[in-house]
Design a protein around this ligand. Structure first.
Ligand code: MN
Length: 204
């Protein structure tokens, strides 16, 4: 099989109480696995098997029409979730404080760190139905965006730095319909160390 679900970089209960252990098992072991299985089924026997999932998602225009939709949804699902697991860490652990070049860039782009968080939460609340909310580099500039379903900023030529999953499967067991509460709680488990490294690697 071409693609596989990466193991979590922490224990299933590490993100509690902000994300519960059962949600992590279902989300990682079942939802993410399903995206990978469907992606593998679609690309089997095609040249896409030898590309990275990120490269496929960044160039959906080159995917054959017959498998375009399944690759967009499930390739995006694989890339977004692999990215998402790495974006989080145990509350109070290493990386939960943002320092360095990205911190000052966020201040200058959004006014303050708090204003950035409010902008991000609002975009997450306003994403109608299932989707994602992102901090991206777009043409070298920081921007908050959202995407429907499993669409990735990579398809738009943007560089994702941070993304939160606002599908109900990400939060419903703990937060039920209270997406705003989930978005606010999620800041406690963001791995800013990883996000800052992505920013540095992007060389903006
Ligand atoms: Mn998800």
């Amino acid at each position: 099989m071409a693609f596989s679900v990466p193991p979590l970089p922490y224990a299933y209960d590490a993100l509690a109480p902000y994300v519960d252990e059962t949600t992590m098992h279902l989300h990682h072991d079942k939802h993410h696995q399903a995206y990978v299985d469907k992606l593998n089924g679609a690309v089997a026997g095609t040249p896409l098997e030898s590309k990275s999932a990120e490269a496929i998602v960044a160039d959906l225009a080159s995917v054959p029409e017959a498998i375009a939709k399944v690759v967009r949804n499930n390739g995006g699902g694989h890339v977004n979730h692999s990215f998402f697991w790495e974006t989080m860490t145990a509350p109070g652990g290493d990386g939960t404080t943002l320092t360095g070049p990205l911190a000052s860039e966020i201040d200058s782009a959004f006014g303050s760190f708090d204003e950035f968080k409010t902008t991000f939460e609002t975009a997450g609340v306003n994403q109608f139905g299932s989707g994602w909310v992102w901090l991206v580099l777009d043409g070298g500039k920081l921007a908050v965006t959202s995407t429907p379903n499993q669409d990735s900023p990579l398809t738009q030529g943007q560089v994702p730095l941070l993304g939160n999953d606002v599908w109900e499967h990400a939060y419903y067991l703990t937060y039920q319909n209270r997406r705003p509460e989930y978005l606010k709680a999620w800041w406690n488990i963001v791995n800013w160390g990883v996000v800052g490294q992505r920013f540095t690697r992007a060389g903006a």
